[in-house]
Design a protein around this ligand. Structure first.
Ligand SMILES: *Cc1c(COP(=O)(O)O)cnc(C)c1O
Length: 490
């Protein structure tokens, strides 16, 4: 640009702020009204529906060079986006393992964006709140006040944070400076064969390689076999490896099985290994009055990953990593370039939160969690967790009383695995059950997922949903039986 042009543009300075605040306010009120109605009536809409071709085509429209009035932009969103969600806010969405969000959390995300703060650190209220939510996570799990923690994008990143600290502490060399090639003996990590797939990505990213992550067999209840774990550690020591870290799972993604945390903590202590608990599913059961005993021992971990966007139903994304040794945690990530040095007073006088994880710029994830925790109190969140576990037991009972349904895994927490198995019939059970699952989705009735347990395909219902009621589960069983019979007749 020529200097003259630049001067010219300076005379017509622009901003992204609205020209018409009153009109914007009116539209924003409409957005809020629509959003409230959307959640209020969610039960009356399909749990999921596929996008028609014209809607799908709308997502290939070209890059907009000029303006569109916000009212029209919003109309497009309300017509083309809002009717076609993933569906996890619906009372009959039970796929994978997701929270079902909440309105207060949505207001939190809105206000966080209004502030637009960067939670890389600094001396401001949002950063103080970020640390407070980490404190609350420690308190919910009975973790010591001296521990450190960080809010992350989710459980996968929270696990990576914990495992990075584990690797660096257990390496016995300055792995940040020297790298993995300088290790005298390769490290070995251990988890059950039911381990979440994010741990594979983690050990790959950490330079350990997938083979360094030993998958330990499980018992009939799908919990890590402690004797097999002890043997694997011994075997590795004899063969020149350095056993470093046990990853216990508090709530496996397949069936919800909870490893014996106390026994594993004992073994980790005996063997001098780091204990990381993947508590993305189950750690928060620690606040559930009836079931909290299931995760007893979790507070003995060296590091824990938990997921407020699952059992606390925070809008995506928010995970949390906790590390008992705060010095080791800071030591694994802290790097202070001059442009991020602290000052004695002012905005740069506080803790740099980016020194506890991989991100530099961090979003303000705490507000949505903080507001919902304050509004409802953790006792209510605890009761909701117990409620989901009771609903899973209820569904288990329904399945057990139906001769054509079969439980595929022992009931543990809020995940139920089962299959439709008509008798006598010897066809392809996987194809039959997959077809039932897809028809349930396509009818908008319910969204389930599927998996393999003990080598056999099954349907999987994960009730992480504060909107689910028992009659939704009655409906599910009725529909599975009805669809199964229809498919067989075809
Ligand atoms: C969900 C989950 C993860 C991954 O967490 P994200 O929040 O999806 O990144 C890890 N481990 C277990 C057991 C999980 O259920």
């Amino acid at each position: 640009m020529h200097a003259a042009d630049q001067t010219e543009s300076a005379l017509t300075e622009e901003t992204l702020d609205p020209d018409d605040w009153d009109g914007t306010s009116e539209l924003a009120h409409q957005v809020i009204e629509d959003a409230i109605a959307y959640l209020r009536d969610v039960r009356d809409r399909p749990a999921w529906q596929d996008m028609p071709d014209d809607i799908r085509a709308a997502y290939t429209e070209p890059l907009p060079h000029g303006p569109t009035p916000l009212r029209n932009v919003y109309r497009q969103v309300s017509e083309q986006l809002m009717p076609y969600p993933m569906g996890n806010v619906h009372p009959r969405f039970w796929s994978w393992y997701m929270g079902s969000s909440n309105f207060t959390g949505a207001l939190g995300d809105f206000l966080a964006a209004i502030l637009g703060s960067n939670l890389g650190g600094g001396n401001h209220a949002a950063a103080a709140m970020d640390q407070q939510v980490v404190e609350w996570c420690k308190q919910m799990l009975g973790f010591p006040a001296s521990a450190s923690g960080t809010l992350e994008s989710g459980g996968s990143m929270a696990n990576i944070v914990g495992l990075t600290v584990a690797r660096n502490v257990m390496a016995g060399i300055d792995v940040r400076e020297e790298g993995m090639a300088a290790l005298p003996r390769p490290l070995r990590f251990y988890g059950s064969e039911q381990l979440h797939s994010c741990h594979r990505k983690a050990v790959e990213a950490l330079g350990l390689g997938n083979r360094a992550l030993r998958r330990i067999p499980t018992d009939p209840a799908l919990r890590m076999d402690i004797d097999a774990l002890r043997q694997a550690i011994r075997h590795d020591r004899i063969n020149g490896f350095k056993p470093a870290c046990i990853i216990a799972t508090a709530g496996t993604v397949n069936s919800g099985a909870i490893d014996d945390l106390d026994a594993i903590a004992d073994l980790a202590a005996e063997e001098g290994l780091w204990l990381h608990v993947d508590g993305c599913i189950g750690a928060l059961i620690a606040i559930a009055p009836i079931n909290r005993g299931l995760v007893a021992g979790i507070e003995r971990a060296d590091s824990i990953a938990l997921d407020p966007h699952k059992l606390l139903h925070a809008p995506f994304e928010v995970g949390c990593a906790l590390v008992r040794d705060s010095g080791a945690h800071h030591g694994a990530f802290a790097v202070t370039p001059e442009y991020l040095e602290s000052t004695p007073r002012g905005l740069a006088s506080a803790v740099w939160l980016h020194e506890y994880g991989m991100q530099t710029t961090r979003g303000f994830r705490a507000l949505k969690v903080w507001m919902a925790l304050k509004q409802h109190g953790i006792e209510k969140f605890g009761r909701l967790i117990d409620q989901n576990i009771a609903q899973a037991l209820y569904l288990t009972t329904l399945i057990e009383t139906e001769p054509e349904l079969e439980l595929a895994a022992p009931n543990s927490i809020n995940i139920v695995c089962f299959r439709y198995r008509p008798v006598p019939w010897t066809g392809d059970l996987k194809a039959l059950n997959t077809e039932i699952m897809l028809r349930l989705q396509e009818a908008g009735t319910a969204v389930l997922s599927d998996t393999t347990i003990h080598g056999e395909h099954c349907l999987r219902v994960a009730i992480t949903n504060h909107r689910t009621r028992r009659d939704d589960l009655d409906l599910l069983v009725r529909e599975v039986l009805r669809l199964g019979a229809i498919i067989l007749a075809e």
